[in-house]
Design a protein around this ligand. Structure first.
Ligand code: GN1
Ligand code: MG
Length: 357
């Protein structure tokens, strides 16, 4: 891949291939992300996974529109974070389509930035939730119809449950027997679908980030202040309860998403409370009453749904998420179902956090 980048990608950005140092960046499960450094600059290069993002041109165009909007807000002193912007090719394009050899795009690299994988303190959680809330608030006046749905029905639990049922039926990788217990667990959570069907029609569609993982918020490593929200790949219209839910999912556990130390996987209530404080400090005035009530549901749906997605991919033979070991997707699913169960077990205590805010 490095040879291909040097020969066919870097020249489009006017970068002298021999002078460039290329290294892997981040922990994405879908795209390949690299940091390219050369004597007079640096950028982030990505090969978009076109099996997952079937309209990559829409993805780069969406991200471009969002970064324009945020830059305009920043100029009016209404957006206080840094913005990651696309780096155009020498031909003035947002991406390079090399067909079989990939769809490539570049974005600016933010010096002094730091991402974390596990939240260590309430302060980190509150700051990150505030940053994601600030991002959503800055996009609240953006015309949602301008963005294409890069992945239709992305956060759609009924559809994800159907995909799991189909994977079970096909059992393509012959792994069903060994994970039947988790399949039964996931399918037994049907009642969540009824709750969802009742509340969803009452919610406004807004521009959402749709991947508010802790490692998609950058800190400034010089003083650990909030720096930027990154990974605009799945920014599209949706329900903010899911952005809240993905923060709960990725901030609250003391273990990484794929840890097999299931005894340690649980929701830390103090971190949950910090997310509520941070997110609502930015969005308290923007959200409707029903939206506020939907946040608890969003947390449960997101945790269950990602478990369902990992389990489905395990049954299908690991064709969607990158895996780094045998059974990786099953480990992730078991971890996320455990986290989901911990949410259910602490319902009363966690729900009380909303009334304190
Ligand atoms: C994927 O590739 P990454 O890490 O940005 C996935 C998210 C999941 C996440 C799980 C397009 O995001 O939906 O929540 O993995 N992105 C896509 O960690 O499916
Ligand atoms: Mg992402």
């Amino acid at each position: 891949m490095i040879k291909l980048i040097r020969q066919s990608v870097l020249p489009h950005f006017g970068i002298e291939a021999q002078e460039a140092k290329i290294s892997a960046l981040g922990n994405g499960h879908i795209n390949d992300t690299l940091l390219v450094r050369w004597p007079s600059g640096e950028l982030v290069l990505q090969r978009i996974n076109t099996q997952v993002f079937k309209t990559p041109q829409a993805l780069v165009s969406n991200a471009d529109k969002i970064s324009h909007h945020l830059c305009a807000k920043a100029l009016q002193q209404q957006y206080g974070l840094k913005v990651v912007s696309p780096c155009l090719t020498q031909e003035g394009e947002l991406a390079i389509d090399l067909g079989e050899q990939g769809f490539w795009r570049a974005i600016s690299y933010l010096p002094h930035s730091l991402s974390i994988e596990v939240v260590k303190s309430e302060t980190q959680a509150e700051m990150a939730a505030k940053a994601f809330g600030h991002f959503a608030s800055a996009l609240s006046d953006f015309d949602a119809t301008e963005l294409e749905d890069v992945i239709p029905q992305f956060h759609h639990l009924p559809g994800r449950m159907d995909m799991l049922r189909q994977a079970v039926q096909q059992d393509k990788a012959k792994r069903l027997d060994a994970c039947r217990q988790w399949v039964d667990y996931a399918l037994s959570q049907q009642s969540l679908l009824d709750e969802l069907a009742e509340i969803t029609p009452q919610l406004p569609l807004r521009i959402c980030h749709n991947d508010t993982k802790i490692n998609n918020m950058l800190f400034d490593k010089r003083d650990m202040s909030s720096m930027a929200i990154i990974d605009l790949d799945t920014c599209m219209k949706g329900y903010l309860m899911y952005d809240f839910g993905d923060m709960v999912r990725t901030f609250c556990s003391p273990e990484a998403e794929d840890s097999t130390e299931l005894a340690n996987v649980s929701v830390r209530p103090s971190i949950f409370a910090a997310i509520c404080r941070g997110y609502l400090s930015e969005l308290g005035e923007v959200l409707t009453e029903v939206e506020k009530r939907s946040l608890w549901l969003g947390a449960r749906v997101i945790c269950l749904m990602i478990g369902v997605r990992f389990l489905t991919d395990h049954l299908n033979g690991d064709v969607y998420f990158h895996v780094h070991r045998e059974g990786h997707n099953l480990d992730r699913a078991a971890n996320q179902f455990t986290l989901y169960q911990s949410l259910l077990d602490q319902e009363a205590q966690l729900n009380a956090c909303f009334t304190v805010v």
